[in-house]
Design a protein around this ligand. Structure first.
Ligand code: NCD
Length: 356
């Protein structure tokens, strides 16, 4: 149970909320330890291999066939929505989706809290993307207060909530699939420890780069290079976290400054949906923060190029078709589905069945 009122709970900082949230869903990147990340990578690999055989796929589709999932995505999404939906199908879950507030009772004035309480009457998992940065933790509080419980390996638990992106602050499952992708790219060169990772673009409002920065606490001697125009530079709260956790970082004024040095380059688009005035025309990426075809020649031979996608003009189209194995963002997308299979399997306690 949770004794705090909703307002008191929401007033806590992310780190103060963590002890309540852990194990009941996925909310913040900070909730994961190195062991968790290593375990998820192994589980995702195992799911991937198992699904290649018909017997393996059939076994997996029986694991959660008595469970219902709701994908409640009221902000635009292609990859996160589809990969969660595919992951649930792989595990045999029955799936429902709600993607537009205008056709839900929220348009009649129902509160988010009441809507969530309603969802919890019908489903056993809620995956949600919402513009409110506290929406997923609010759903957690409601799940704790609701009477429905799931039996998972002999324990009774509230209905799990997974954040598929909350406001500009966090995108924890994206950061887990990014870690999975980085770990695979660095398999032959000692993993993520000791690497230099350059994050490029809108770091201020990019929830993916914020969540990924938090996860760096789990790796030794990582250096983050923040390449962004001043108005899009990384927010102070992340810099404080990095300082507290002795993670080094440097601010760069262009991609060129770090291209020869970086082991990974993580591109992002300008998150103009958060601009004060949203127009039909998307702003162009600043010329010093566009990944150009020519940069492939300047990148280390062992480096990799990531992007959470969707992308616009921040990567030259020629890069997509350069047929360079270091360009991994399309594989990163596929990795996301396997990581989400692993996350759901673990939440529902069927990880050991998959591993053995
Ligand atoms: C990201 C997001 O929604 O934050 N997309 C995704 O989930 N892969 C990145 C973005 O929209 O730029």
């Amino acid at each position: 149970m949770i004794e705090l009122s909703l307002d008191d709970f929401l007033a806590l900082s992310e780190s103060e909320k963590l002890p309540f949230l852990k194990d009941y869903g996925i909310f913040y990147a900070q909730q994961f330890s190195r062991q968790d990340l290593d375990d998820y990578n192994i589980l995702a690999d195992r799911c991937r291999t198992l699904f290649k055989s018909r017997d393996g796929a059939q076994f997996m589709s029986g694991l959660l066939s008595n469970r219902f999932a709701l994908n409640f995505f009221v902000q635009p999404s292609s990859r996160t929505f589809l990969s969660f939906s595919a992951a649930q199908a792989i595990l045999g879950m029955k799936r429902m989706s709600l993607r537009d507030i205008k056709i839900s009772s929220m348009s009649k004035g129902e509160s988010l809290a009441d809507s969530i309480r309603t969802f919890l009457s019908y489903v056993d998992l809620v995956v949600m993307r919402h513009h409110g940065e506290d929406a997923a933790v609010l759903a957690f509080w409601i799940a704790m207060k609701s009477h429905r419980r799931l039996e998972v390996n002999g324990t009774n638990r509230p209905i799990p909530i997974i954040s598929g992106g909350s406001g500009t602050k966090q995108h924890p499952t994206q950061s887990l699939l990014d870690i999975y992708t980085l770990s695979k790219s660095f398999e032959e060169i000692g993993g993520i420890d000791g690497k230099k990772i350059m994050l490029v673009g809108d770091l201020k409002r990019g929830r993916t780069v914020r969540s990924l920065s938090y996860l760096m606490k789990n790796y030794r001697d990582v250096t983050l290079l923040f390449a962004a125009p001043p108005q899009y530079q990384m927010e102070e709260d992340i810099l404080v976290f990095l300082d507290e956790n002795n993670i080094s970082y440097h601010m760069l004024n262009s991609i060129e400054e770090g291209i020869g040095d970086a082991d990974a380059i993580y591109m992002t688009r300008i998150q103009d949906e958060w601009d004060d005035q949203v127009t039909d025309r998307h702003p162009e990426a600043h010329k010093d923060f566009i990944f150009r075809r020519a940069y492939l020649n300047k990148m280390k031979s062992t480096a990799c190029l990531l992007h959470p996608l969707p992308k616009r003009d921040e990567i030259e189209v020629e890069v997509d078709y350069a047929d360079d194995p270091r360009v991994v963002y399309w594989r990163q997308e596929r990795n996301g589905m396997w990581m989400r299979v692993a996350l759901i399997a673990k939440l529902f306690g069927c990880d050991q069945k998959i591993l053995t």
